[in-house]
Design a protein around this ligand. Sequence first.
Ligand SMILES: Nc1ncnc2c1ncn2[C@@H]1O[C@H](COP(=O)(O)OP(=O)(O)OP(=O)(O)O)[C@@H](O)[C@H]1O
Length: 227
Amino acid sequence: MKASAQQVLHTGLQTFRIDLTGAGKRFNRDWIFRGMHYTFTSGNAYAVTGPNGSGKSTLLQCIAAAIQSNEGTIEYRLNDTVISHEEVFKHVAIVAPYLEVIEEMTATEFLAFHASFKPLLAAVSIPQIIAEIGLAAAAHKQIRFYSSGMKQRVKMAQAIFSAVPVLLLDEPCTNLDLSGYELYHALIAKYCGDKLIIVSSNDKNEYNFCKEVISIADYKNPVNTTV
Ligand SMILES: Nc1ncnc2c1ncn2[C@@H]1O[C@H](COP(=O)(O)OP(=O)(O)OP(=O)(O)O)[C@@H](O)[C@H]1O
């Protein structure tokens, strides 16, 4: 079953909840954020904003359990059951500038490879995904020959179409043109209504659908920023 352009796909994904309680992260003596209490839940979209170097990506990596916080706790619940930090990666899809696609593969091969360890939404086939992101004509071309915007569309697709409840988007529209931004918003609206979404960005056009906006500056109490 393929959703039409107007439909919103109800994915039937598991629910997810992330609770930060007094969470803080520092590199050496510099606190990147501190004293953060926040709850993120499925079906909601959140934006993390702040100037370059303020700690948006660091916060996202802590939330993804890719790096550990230095104080407080971050707790994860899948369908109301607490899961360990080691299990979190199975339930999270990420788009980030530091995560690359495999350039030796075609887009078809890359999505199939990705699906072999993190399933894609069952309702959409790989050829349909490639058509949706406007790359049907380049489906069997090696990614190394794609433009930067075409590569970004592939990075976006592997995360948005992953059958996982959490979507973390770190500057997701990097290198996208106007039609790429429109595609991004259309895909989020159509496929991600059930997900817990966190966007890290300074570009309002990337996060204007997020009902909650978190300024990283609110978690940099000058009194507490050095140990
Ligand atoms: N592994 C690390 N070791 C030491 N310092 C780090 C490390 N990773 C990030 N930093 C520092 O932490 C701070 C926050 O970096 P981060 O990448 O989270 O910021 P950002 O808000 O995402 O920036 P940008 O908008 O430029 O992407 C920066 O000062 C950075 O130099």
